[in-house]
Design a protein. Sequence first.
Length: 263
Amino acid sequence: MTDMGTGMGADTDTTTTADWLAWQKSWDRQQEWYMPDREERFRIMLDIVDAVVGPAPRVLDLACGTGSITARLFARFPDATSTGVDLDPALLAIAEGTFADDERVSFVTADLKDPDWPAKLPYDSYDAVLTATALHWLHREPLATLYGQVAELVRDGGVFLNADHMIDESTPRINAAERAQRHTRMDQAKAEGALDWSEWWQLAAKDPVLAAPTARRFEIYGEHADGDMPSAEWHARVLREMGFGEARPVWCSPSDTLVLAVK
C-alpha cells in the first residue's frame, strides 16, 4: 500500500490533495474488505434519491466519515449540496481535506447522541438524509430517538436511507452460512494484502497529520462499536413510528440491508 505519510508536510496544495485522495482510496479498500458490495448499495441509494427527490438534492450525509456518500453524490449529481456530520476527528480531517475547495459541501462536528446536534446544521430541512455502515454504533433506544430527529429534518416528500448491518435473528442457519462464507473470502483477501480495520487505524496513527486526530478519535470511541444490529423490520417499523409515512427495505445482502423511508 502507498505510504500515506509521504509529502504530508509539503507546502503545495497539489501534494496535500493527492494525500487526501490516497487516504480516501485506502479507506474505500478497507471498507470493501468487509463489504464487497459496498458500491452497489451506494448506487441504489442514489438511484432512489434521483427517483424520489430529483438530481439536485440538498443532502445530509449522516455520520459521514470520510465523505464516501458525498463523493459519490457529487460524481452523479453535480448540482447537489451536502452537509456532512460526524464526531470522528480523524475521518472528518480526511473529509475536510478532500473537499476543501468545494463550496457545495460543509462539515459539522457533532455527537448524534447529543439531543441538540440538529441545531448545528446549516439548514432546517433536507431533501434526503443518507447514511451507511454507521448507525450500528448506537443501541436501539438512542437510535429510535435519532430516527425521530431525522424525521424532523427531512422535508415532506423527502427520503431517509440507511444501509447497514441488520441481522434477522429468526434465520440462524442462513446467518451462519453467510458469516462463514464472508470470513473465508476475507481471509483470502487478507492473504493478498488487504488491510483490516485495526491495521488501517495503525497507519493513520503514524501519519504526521492524522496522528493527533486519530488519538482523539480513540479517546471518544474506543476500539469497537457496542451498539445493536436489529432487523430491517425493526428499522422500518421504528421509522414509521417516528414520523415517516412509508418505510421498507429496498436492497439487501445476506447480512446488510438498505432501508428507505419517505416522509
